[in-house]
Design a protein around this ligand. Structure first.
Ligand code: FRU
Length: 486
């Protein structure tokens, strides 16, 4: 087991902020060194949002998984991230894997997966509780020592939820036949009772729906239940499952008596290239999601690896469920980052010559009245490189095309987007992290671009036939701020 020296690691983080490299983002959470992945332990506690995340502080490989930690009241000012939990004993010697946070007896508690492998490489996954104490998670009892009969040791990522005053957790797993599934436990006076596998429409399918489900979450939107999860092993088809692994949900109703969920189709939460393992804070009626900007087993798509750090977290997004579909919109707090404002109000003739230079961080809000146009291109041009959003009104397909970039992951992502007369686009352009929201959050897409040259992007628009008008706003965005707590 590597020795984690918290004081040294925290000091190295402080010394690494503000970030220096031009690929480091300004309003996306990231670390000056090491590899981060899943957001963990998202909890609103004593007026602050606590954000933990998977972190290897020793390098850009998927190992030495510990939990980093930052907190914020407004998603603009953050405490300088610190190490909060790391492998210490035989249970979690091979990683403090993902988990959740919740408040109990006025304490911030966490539930995480202890990952351990023996000499033969055989994995054990135990689910353990912890309590935040002065910036460090004290490890408490092991709640569940290992996987139940019929399931493999791919048994991880507990997420606590409550129903009728009782506490439960759902976690991601795999049956012995290598079918992905979600398992549920209930807290009883004597401990945690295994209730079994949540039956869904996928349980009885002849073909499995993925070989493993990671990072589940169970949310309540009014009277509806939503099961978030990340299935691995789905085959890409038409406009679906184009990333290596997916993040999506079922919306419907759960009966914990029959352990069944009645639900609609599986829908993906994000149509971009770099989005995985999202988790949700539930606070005062808001469901605020943070995702990992990255993808397991695709490290080769991310050239920051050579610079000593990898990956970011998404901006906070507020989720709403409308007619069985989740809309995601950037949290309103992010408006505080807006500084310079430029109005966009262009008529048909001027559109094709539009080349709007952007600042180091930008938010773009555009209402594109399509007029006669059936094909529209919205591009971010980085000198000779470009990221393209192409909308085809006849087929109702939005394509995000990264083939015009030289470094990092390339390719295209295509998805159905129903636009009547106006294409509504909200685009956040950070140094390398980009988040796009279409039709007021009906779809979202998260991705990275790594411009080869140190060049600020220009926004351009063109269409095959005259557009009616394009109106909106462009803001320069400030960076989020890190503050050292005494
Ligand atoms: C998802 C995941 C989780 C696991 C963690 C380990 O990205 O594989 O299932 O707990 O990452 O870092």
């Amino acid at each position: 087991m590597l020795e984690f020296n918290k004081a040294e690691i925290d000091a190295k983080v402080r010394a690494g902020i503000p970030f220096e490299h031009r690929w480091h983002n300004r309003f996306h959470l990231e670390m000056p060194f090491g590899l981060i992945n899943d957001p963990n332990g998202l909890t609103c506690y004593q007026g602050e949002y606590h954000i933990f995340f998977q972190w290897n502080p020793f390098g850009c490989e998927h190992k030495n998984k510990s939990w980093g930690h930052t907190k914020t009241r407004d998603f603009v000012n953050y405490s300088t991230p610190e190490l909060a939990m790391w492998p210490t004993d035989e249970h979690d010697k091979d990683g403090c894997y993902s988990g959740c946070g919740f408040v109990e007896d006025e304490k911030l508690r966490v539930f995480y997966t202890c990952n351990a492998k023996d000499e033969a490489g055989v994995r054990t996954a135990a689910q353990r509780l912890g309590t935040l104490e002065g910036g460090v998670i004290r490890k408490d009892e092991i709640a569940v020592p290992g996987n139940p009969e019929g399931y493999t040791a791919h048994f991880r990522d507990p997420y606590v939820f409550y129903r009728h005053g009782q506490k439960y957790f759902v976690l991601g797993s795999q049956t012995k036949e290598e079918r992905g599934c979600a398992l549920i436990y209930r807290e009883d006076p004597t401990g945690w009772t295994f209730l079994g596998e949540l039956k869904t429409k996928m349980t009885e399918l002849p073909e499995k729906f993925g070989y493993m489900w990671e990072c589940p979450g169970l949310l309540k939107f009014g009277s509806h239940d939503v099961l978030l999860f990340c299935p691995q092993g789905l085959e890409a088809k038409d406009f679906k499952y184009q990333n290596l692994y997916q993040s999506g949900y079922f919306a419907g109703h759960i009966s914990l008596d029959s352990m069944e969920m009645y639900h609609g189709r599986f829908q993906e939460l994000d149509k971009g290239f770099d989005f995985y393992a999202p988790q949700v804070f539930q606070h005062e009626g808001r469901q605020i999601l943070l995702g990992w900007m990255g993808m397991p087993d695709r490290d080769m798509d991310y050239p920051t690896k050579e610079k000593g750090w990898m990956y970011s977290l998404t901006m906070p997004r507020v989720l709403t469920l409308r007619q069985g579909h989740i809309f995601s919109q950037p949290a309103r707090e992010l408006r505080a980052l807006r500084v310079e404002e430029t109005a966009v109000d262009i008529d048909a003739e001027a559109v094709s010559s539009m080349a709007q230079p952007l600042s180091e961080g930008a938010e773009i809000l555009l209402d594109i009245h399509l007029g006669e146009a059936s094909n529209v291109d919205i591009a971010l041009n980085y000198g000779m490189e470009k990221l393209l959003f192409h909308y085809d009104r006849l087929t109702q397909i939005m394509t995000i095309d990264r083939d015009g970039m030289k470094l990092g992951g390339r390719g295209q992502r295509r998805f159905k987007l129903y636009v009547d007369k106006v294409l509504y686009l909200q685009l956040f352009v950070d140094k390398t992290a980009i988040e796009a929201f279409f039709q007021h959050g009906e779809e979202a897409a998260t991705l990275f671009v790594f411009p080869q040259k140190h060049i600020l992007p220009e926004l351009s628009l063109s269409a095959d036939k005259p557009l009616e008008t394009v109106s909106g706003r462009i803001w320069e965005l400030e960076a989020i701020r890190f503050h050292v707590h005494q």
